[in-house]
Design a protein around this ligand. Structure first.
Ligand SMILES: C[S@@+](CC[C@H](N)C(=O)[O-])C[C@H]1O[C@@H](n2cnc3c(N)ncnc32)[C@H](O)[C@@H]1O
Length: 284
């Protein structure tokens, strides 16, 4: 990795990442350097014209070599930001997406608008715990329960809860099966990608667990039993469920929601890009 300064080193890494089709190669190059050298953004800026630390060039090269294979940056650095906080991530969990922050906002708005004092909330398919932990920290009076079928994912979620000092109950198991009692809010970002679309996912996404992504032939393999579970566990009044989805399945989800929740108000919510991102199921 020939280089004279941190700045030229970043330029050469950017060129290597661009060459394999990585769009934000410059940002990734900066973040990889910061991760390998243990620098903050300010520290990196202050050392751009310095020579890079010799003893850290080999560890940096191993991170860059991983990114060149299109391994997601967040798996390489081991963390990502969600709702203003840093969450640890590994290959056992989906990398939480900015679009999913909308589910947290929806839950908080519902609690505020309906004046629910101590909401009982379940996050199904919690993965890294991003949704449940954010809700627990944003609404300390809420009682949070989170489930995931993957023990490895739950271990990551528990680590995040410990580091962020969030109080919540976690259960390994299928959808709502480990839970008892009724809930004011049920939130979930389940696997919903059509199986047929899995082979054409972006190279980075293909590194994420298929258990977290693959929704079966029509995208509803997990959503169907999830809706069944919600229909019995959600309180019949003053309650809501918010489920993340995407445009290819919106019509089928709408139909299923209208059938499963005949007494609820059902609507589709869009994300900041204007794409359908969530089905909202609310009881008056
Ligand atoms: C799309 S990821 C969502 C992770 C996290 N909630 C987020 O938004 O970043 C879906 C998660 O569902 C879990 N999962 C898949 N099938 C499940 C099931 N039948 N019961 C519970 N969890 C399941 C996967 O292990 C994965 O962690």
């Amino acid at each position: 990795m020939p280089s004279e300064t941190v700045s030229t080193l970043i330029q050469s890494i950017t060129a290597r990442l661009s060459a394999v089709g990585i769009e934000d190669a410059g940002i990734d190059a900066r973040l990889l350097v910061r991760s390998a050298f243990g620098w903050s953004a300010a520290e990196q800026l202050g050392r751009l014209v310095d020579p890079p630390p010799d003893n850290l060039l080999a560890p940096l090269e191993s991170l860059v070599a991983r990114r060149v294979t299109r391994e997601p940056l967040q798996y390489i650095t081991g963390s990502t930001e969600f709702f203003r906080r840093q969450f640890s991530v590994s290959e056992a969990v989906l990398i939480p997406r900015p679009e999913t922050e909308q589910l947290v906002v929806q839950c908080m708005a519902f609690v505020r608008e309906r004046g629910i004092d101590n909401p009982r909330i379940a996050d199904i398919c919690t993965g890294s715990g991003a949704i449940a932990i954010s809700l627990a920290l944003e609404m300390p009076s809420a009682e949070l329960h989170a489930t995931d079928i993957s023990p490895q994912a739950l271990a990551v979620a528990q680590q995040n809860a410990d580091v962020l000092a969030a109080e919540l109950n976690m259960y390994q198991g299928n959808l709502l099966e480990p839970l008892t009692g009724e809930f004011d809010i049920i939130v979930s970002n389940p696997p919903y990608i059509l199986s047929g679309a899995m082979p054409s996912l972006q190279a980075e996404v293909a590194n994420e667990p298929s258990l977290a992504l693959d929704g079966g032939t029509d995208g509803l393999d997990v959503i169907r039993p999830l809706f069944e579970g919600i229909s019995t566990a959600l309180r019949s009044t003053n309650s809501a469920a918010y489920i993340e989805i995407d445009p290819p399945i919106e019509d089928a989800v709408m139909k299923l929601a209208l059938e499963t929740f005949p007494h609820a108000g059902i609507s589709l919510l869009t994300d900041l890009a204007g794409l359908t991102r969530c089905v909202s199921i609310e009881h008056a």
